[in-house]
Design a protein around this ligand. Structure first.
Ligand code: 13P
Length: 307
């Protein structure tokens, strides 16, 4: 933590959000309105504010969610949004003992750059006022397109600037560098790129081989991430729900110096969204499926998932 007037609070947030108690992780529900539109289209719904509100209400108010989820990453619209029964989404999360966080901007893709540093400090200050206590910035490089040294340098620089600005506004920064899965390259190439560039994500090899995947992940983390970093949260990145759980479980089979947990969107929400299908009568069943995935990943965080 940098010198910041929020230093004590930042540590408290990080500990609550990332580390204590064990067996909890993050629900990423920060799909932009455009991405949320794609998810809604997949169940035949229009991308209206009312439909986004109904779906996000279902997620934040799932009874007992806070037992497994310590933080929820929101898209800006949700930070200012109320549930269908008129409560602030942020307040519902806090009542569930879930820390609200925010995604402050779009990430980069392929060989394009992050945008959003301009004016970030005034946005993060406003997000803090609205109740957000952490932030996430995802930046992406891709192997088939490089990654060029320039893309990696820009990504790292953008992440570092964002992290410093967030801390100055009292938001704990989640630094999320991603190497896209796409491409025909194998495990060794992904590891090489991840190690060279200090990236912590290399799920390429994970498909169907959680033990091999976890060995390489841990090797990389031990080489690149200082033990002082409180928590490491993996995204699901297009793995199936069960695969994402198995991979997390494998990584927690032996003690780690960090809290190794999850920050999943698709691997927590896919079945939930399908089960809901936009029908009010399915809300409870959909919430139940969300809880099933949250609990499975909670067990995986403890290394105790048995399928
Ligand atoms: P996916 O789990 O769908 O890759 O998204 C995760 C995410 O956005 C983490 O912050």
């Amino acid at each position: 933590v940098r010198a910041s007037s929020y230093a004590d609070e930042l540590v408290k947030t990080a500990v609550k959000n990332n580390c204590i108690p064990p067996g909890r992780g993050i629900l990423a529900m920060d799909e932009s309105n455009a991405t949320c539109g794609k998810r809604l289209a997949s169940i035949g719904l229009e991308n209206t504010e009312a439909n986004r509100q109904a779906y996000r209400t279902l997620l934040v108010s799932a009874p007992g969610l806070g037992e497994y989820i310590s933080g929820a990453i929101l898209f800006e619209e949700t930070l200012y949004q109320s549930t269908t029964d008129g409560k602030k989404m942020v307040d519902v999360l806090v009542e569930q003992n879930i820390v609200p966080g925010l995604v402050p901007l779009p990430g980069s893709n392929n060989e394009s750059w992050c945008q959003g540093l301009d004016g970030l400090s005034s946005r993060t200050a406003a997000y803090y006022q609205q109740g957000a206590r952490f932030a996430k910035w995802r930046t992406v490089v891709s192997i088939p397109n490089g990654p060029s040294a320039l893309a990696v340098k820009e990504a790292a620089w953008g992440l570092a600037r964002y992290a410093a600005i967030s801390q100055d506004s009292g938001l704990v920064p989640i630094v999320e560098p991603e190497i896209l899965l796409d491409g025909d390259h194998g495990i060794d190439r992904t590891f090489e790129v991840a190690q060279k560039h200090g990236y912590s994500g290399c799920r390429k090899q994970g498909q169907g081989h959680p033990a091999a995947s976890s060995r390489l992940h841990l090797k990389l983390l031990h080489r690149r991430i200082p033990p002082a970093v409180p928590g490491i949260m993996f995204l699901s990145g297009g793995q199936s729900e069960v695969e994402a759980t198995l991979n997390l479980n494998a990584m927690n089979q032996s003690p780690n110096p960090w809290h190794v947990s999850f920050s999943y969107a698709r691997a927590l929400q896919n079945t939930c969204l399908k089960t809901w299908g936009g029908r009010p009568e399915n809300v409870k069943a959909a919430q139940d499926t969300l809880l099933v995935r949250a609990k499975a990943n909670s067990l995986a965080q403890l290394g105790k998932y048995t399928g």
